[in-house]
Design a protein around this ligand. Structure first.
Ligand code: NAP
Length: 318
């Protein structure tokens, strides 16, 4: 922890006094130097919620004092199909939310859903936006479809579980932990299998009694090949991450022979963020793994690196 000068809002910007931040795997990649465009020093953190402390020229002054959640997806651009060249994520290159104050474009401010605490609100932004875009604009998930979400302990994965259930789908999951499979069932999953069993796709197919129409995967690696194998012919596999790294011997034959739709997905547009936030405004609550004080950010990182979490790890800022 160290002191830095307070940020001041420029034209079109606001400064938010943060009450909570949350971790994303991105923060780990950046800390390890395994992310594009590393800049030092940098204050990490893409997720934050707090009260607007000040606004710059051209910003409605009634924002000051409003409890907000920040959309960390800046400059997505006008094309809903993909972000443009000016796209940025809060927490690199701009200083992020592991801080008391953060400076953001005023367009990133959204009123905090009233029923959520600041800690719950801080758990939303990046993971929920990613999960929403993967499920809705990309996979076009329909009610009554069967979907598999891999690695359910992850922040994005738990959001995908909540949203898919809300959209009326039957959700099955994988995890390296039987306790997390149990937690997923408690949150409404229809069932799940442990991905430490190399035959997990067969076990899942038996459990489902068929093949899923959609798979949402953030693991990459061999898990992605197995997802291509498991999904139904003509189905959709959405990739939003590669925690396990590159896909060895990508099974291209499966893609063409099974007429698959392989869809990439990254964060989301302002339209996606507003639609995602509406799901929470309608009563949903995020899955929070635990809350630690900001000065224990290192311990929070260790928990994420060891993969112990189920849901979002939050930092309380007082
Ligand atoms: N494209 C985007 O916009 C975007 C946005 C957010 C995140 N991401 C990427 O997506 C990934 C997940 O991010 P996150 O913040 O949700 O991370 P996280 O909370 O650290 O989750 C990672 C999860 O990976 C799962 N996992 C580990 N080994 C696995 C395996 N063999 N098969 C399937 N799952 C496995 C674990 O689930 P279990 O513990 O249940 O096994 C773990 O909880 C990261 O690579 C991140 O960089 C991309």
């Amino acid at each position: 922890m160290e002191d830095v000068p307070d940020p001041a809002p420029g034209a079109g910007e606001a400064v938010v006094r943060l009450r909570a931040a949350a971790l994303n795997h991105r923060d780990i990649w950046i800390r390890k130097g395994q992310y594009a465009g590393i800049k030092m020093p940098i204050i990490l953190g893409s997720d934050g919620a707090g009260d607007v402390a000040a606004v710059g020229a051209g910003v409605d002054p009634t924002w000051v004092g409003t409890p907000v959640v920040i959309n960390p997806s800046f400059n997505f651009g006008d094309d809903e199909r993909a972000q443009g060249p000016e796209f940025q994520i809060l927490g690199l290159p701009r200083d992020g939310t592991y801080a008391e104050l953060v400076r953001v474009p005023a367009t990133a401010l959204h009123k905090k859903p009233a029923h959520l605490s600041f800690e719950e609100a801080a758990a939303l932004p990046l993971a929920s936006l990613t999960a929403y875009r993967a499920l809705v604009p990309r996979a076009q998930l329909q009610a009554d479809e069967t979907i598999v979400v891999t690695g359910i302990g992850g922040g994005v994965a738990t959001c995908a579980l909540l949203f898919a259930i809300r959209l009326g789908a039957r959700v099955y999951v994988t995890s390296g932990s039987d306790a997390k499979l149990e937690s997923a069932r408690a949150h409404g999953a229809s069932g799940g299998v442990n991905h430490r069993d190399p035959e997990w796709p067969k076990a899942l197919q038996a459990l489902i009694g068929g093949r899923p129409a959609v798979i949402i995967d953030g693991a990459g690696g061999e898990t992605f090949n197995k997802a291509l194998d498991l999904v139904t012919p003509g189905g959709r596999v959405v990739s939003y991450g590669a925690t396990l790294g590159a896909v060895p011997n990508l099974e291209v034959r499966r893609i063409f022979w099974k007429q698959l739709n392989v869809l990439g997905s990254t964060m989301g547009s302002p339209r996606d963020f507003a639609a995602m936030l509406q799901l929470y405004a309608d009563g949903l609550r995020p899955v929070v793994d635990g809350v630690l004080p900001l000065d224990q950010a290192a311990a929070a990182h260790r928990r994420m690196e060891e993969g112990d979490q189920f849901g979002k790890i939050v930092l309380r800022i007082s």
